[in-house]
Design a protein. Structure first.
Length: 94
């Protein structure tokens, strides 16, 4: 399953758009607003985690990505981005 197959509320879709164009502060505000309404929104948790990694807050970002995986382990992108976060943390076991 991919994120494209998940129903995403409009404010989360807008946060993702802002994230993509580099409006990080506004995206973070919207992700957090979505999570205030629904703390178990795995997509919001995941993309907020990715944003944190982008902003060099790797530990916080990784924790959010892990939470998203606990809630929705079937999304391949979540696992792929977990690997990216681990690389940025220097935590790669070969």
């Amino acid at each position: 399953m991919t994120v494209r197959n998940v129903a995403i509320r409009p404010e989360l879709r807008e946060a993702m758009r802002l994230h993509r164009i580099g409006a990080h502060k506004r995206a973070e505000r919207l992700y957090r607003e979505v999570l205030r309404k629904d703390p178990k929104d795995s997509v919001a948790l995941h993309f907020l985690g990715l944003l944190q990694v982008t902003l060099n807050r790797e530990h916080d970002g990784f924790a959010l990505i892990e939470q998203s995986l606990l809630l929705n382990p079937s999304l391949a992108e979540f696992w792929m981005n977990r690997g990216v976060a681990l690389l940025q943390l220097g935590r790669v076991d070969m």
